[in-house]
Design a protein around this ligand. Sequence first.
Ligand code: ADP
Ligand code: MG
Length: 365
Amino acid sequence: MARIDLNEIRHSYKPSPKSDDDFALKRVHTTWEDGGAYALLGPSGCGKTTMLNIISGLLKPSHGQILYDGVDVSAMQPEERNIAQVFQFPVLYDTMTVYDNLAFPLRNRNVPASEVDARVRRIAETLELTNDLGKRAAGLSADAKQKISLGRGLVRSDVAAILFDEPLTVIDPHLKWELRRKLKEIHKEFGLTMIYVTHDQVEAMTFADKIVVMYEGEIVQTGTPEELFERPEHVFVGYFIGSPGMGFLECTLEGDIAHVNGAAIPLEPGYGVRASSLGSRFKLGIRPMYLGVHSSREACGELPGFEARVVGVEDQGFCRIVTVQFGGQEIKARINDGHPVAEGLCWLTFPPEKTKLYFNERLVG
Ligand code: ADP
Ligand code: MG
């Protein structure tokens, strides 16, 4: 196992890149701690596979170094880096049995037969492949084949890290949940460094202790699920995490007060000082569950209430998602059952500790 440092990595697939837009990875400078369970989360095309292939050595970056435990491995081949990688689609030997497929990565490294047998049986049991061990891989379902691929990634205990690139894409939803839980168990038991790529926030949250969010070739935030939810450092994180995501309103700033089309919304003290030299156009961000929607000004309590209009109510069973028109902009609130809300006039509250300010898509903080 290893700590992995990516040192000022940039990568372009173009022969002579000119602007930042020509780079699949614009600038990545980060550390993956030894033994960490990470999810690498981001939309399709943001550079997740590129990053994984640079870590494993399948791809050589245009710029920068990769260090394993402080040793520069940038020039090393994937085999020398001692990494296991599981891909989106099964990679195995169809004509071999399940047993031989699982044993292959160990035999390849001259692991003694008795140890091979113990590891193969242990992994087969975890992945519920014990009854298939004697079968040829060719005859098995897509699910079973992908489980074998996972097993081939997990079977060695001496790897620097295991990289998973959207490995459960071809697996049916119920089994997916089950396998994710198993991967988490395996992580706890063996303490391996694991990086799990996904574009699905639920998948990321159930697997990982730390989530690394990527957007357009950059890491925009690394944090626990709670940190990403409570304090998005980039507008994209606010919008991508949560359902629905964070709502944003264009605003200007005067001291610690945000102005949204005439409404003066108090923010947490300190924003004014931090934002003073940045510029004049900001975005105010608030999670739908923190935006208060009330039927009268009196109902707003201690906080100032701002007149707005409910234009849509969507019942989701345990809660309602309300769309509000406010100062010519739209924003969503999530209302728990029991709290009355109807279309028409309403008053909004913005709890200052839950209301964030963004400049140039980044949190002012
Ligand atoms: P993700 O895995 O997040 O979907 P990728 O790392 O596959 O993203 O791709 C990042 C960007 O690099 C995309 O714009 C994609 O089109 C481009 N790209 C990926 N692989 C290649 C390649 N082999 N040649 C040229 N462009 C590529
Ligand atoms: Mg990919």
